[in-house]
Design a protein around this ligand. Structure first.
Ligand code: SAH
Length: 340
């Protein structure tokens, strides 16, 4: 049965019209679900019984089952069980500016990045819009604090599940519901060019982050197979178009892997590649996992890399670390849970 959390407000309006009922129920229902976070239809006192009964017949109102929560000082990780018994995870980070959640967009992932735990399991299916929306709602309820920022950087490649992800953004952004401002939403992709092109005309001011991780095709193709399909030059060309058309600043994510992509030459090559772009580089200390054979760069190497970018007038930050103790990097918790 279709989940009620799959429908945006226009679709709810259409639904009510299609059952010869009043369009304004869409607003009422939306407010119950997203503002008051109530999913028990019988509590929805301003919707008449007949309509409530029909809703019960047509939709599932279930939330997600939280199987496990791991907490550290500023971070907690949620493992959810879906209706078909698959597991996905979301991570909440407490910043001084608010709470951000990192959500998953697929079960498994087909991108096969060599350093990433999620890619060890091939894509099983896309997440539905409701499964993404419910990660936010259920985690927020459990946290008992407002979630202010959403990043789509958990398991999966969001641009390989484009339509469901875009509708998810539309629903969480709605001022009558969760009210998460579009500038507080970030979508991260490994670089699927046709979808970046499509995203240029997506009418919400959502941030875009690109997982770059290497400054040349040879290295990038060994780390990220997607680079063989969409090589760097083409990617950069598309990103320049994105910046020009949207006037938005782009983020490049760059994981530092010891001895692989963290030398002085790599830093110089990276500076040259993105010089002049309205973008900044987010250097990510690698969250080591047992299975993949990569190590994080030493702190001194990270600092050196940072300095070279700075000297070349590239905007750069080093990502604050969360959750190294609780395996918060992409795919690590699910992987641990399922190997037990
Ligand atoms: N598929 C999307 C979003 C999911 S991955 C993408 O590729 O952007 C989110 C980010 O986490 C990516 O930049 C990914 O490369 C990075 N990542 C994966 N495994 C990691 C690890 N062990 N430590 C740190 N970052 C990791």
């Amino acid at each position: 049965m279709r989940s009620i959390y799959d429908l945006d407000i226009e679709e709810l309006e259409e639904y009510f019209l299609s059952i010869n009922d009043k369009k304004f129920h869409a607003n009422q229902l939306f407010s119950w679900l997203y503002d008051k976070k109530i999913n028990n239809i019988d509590e929805m006192s301003n919707i008449k019984k007949e309509t409530r009964d029909r809703l019960k017949k047509d939709f599932s109102f279930n939330k997600l089952e939280i199987v496990k929560i791991e907490k550290d000082i500023d971070v907690s990780k949620y493992l959810f069980k879906l209706n078909d018994c698959e597991h996905i995870e979301a991570v909440i980070m407490n910043h001084d500016y608010g709470n951000s959640i990192c959500i998953s967009s697929q079960v498994g992932c087909n991108m096969g990045c060599k350093f990433c735990e999620s890619g060890r399991r091939k894509k099983v299916r896309n997440l539905t819009t409701s499964e993404m929306v419910l990660q936010v709602i259920c985690a927020e309820e459990e946290l008992k604090e407002k979630i202010t920022h959403v990043v789509i950087m958990g398991i999966g490649e969001p641009f390989d599940n484009y339509d469901n992800v875009m509708k998810f953004i539309k629903i969480i952004n709605n001022p009558k519901g969760l009210k998460i401002g579009s500038r507080h939403i970030t979508i991260s992709t490994c670089g699927i060019i046709p979808k970046i092109e499509e995203f240029i005309s997506f009418p919400y001011q959502v941030n875009l982050a690109i997982s770059l991780h290497a400054p040349n095709d040879k290295l990038r193709s060994t780390l990220m197979p997607i680079n063989k399909v969409y090589p760097l030059n083409d990617l950069i060309k598309t990103l320049k178009k994105y910046i020009e058309k949207t006037n938005r600043r782009l983020t490049f994510e760059y994981i530092l892997l010891d001895g692989i992509n963290d030398t002085k030459e790599h830093a110089l090559e990276l500076s040259k590649l993105i010089k002049g772009m309205n973008a900044y580089v987010n250097l990510i200390p690698y969250n080591s996992t047992d299975n993949l054979g990569f190590n994080r760069s030493k702190t001194i190497q990270i600092m050196r890399f940072y300095d070279i970018l700075k000297k070349n007038r590239i905007n750069v930050t080093i990502r604050r670390e969360f959750g190294t103790k609780i395996s918060a990097a992409c795919g690590q918790l699910r992987s641990k849970e399922e190997s037990q």
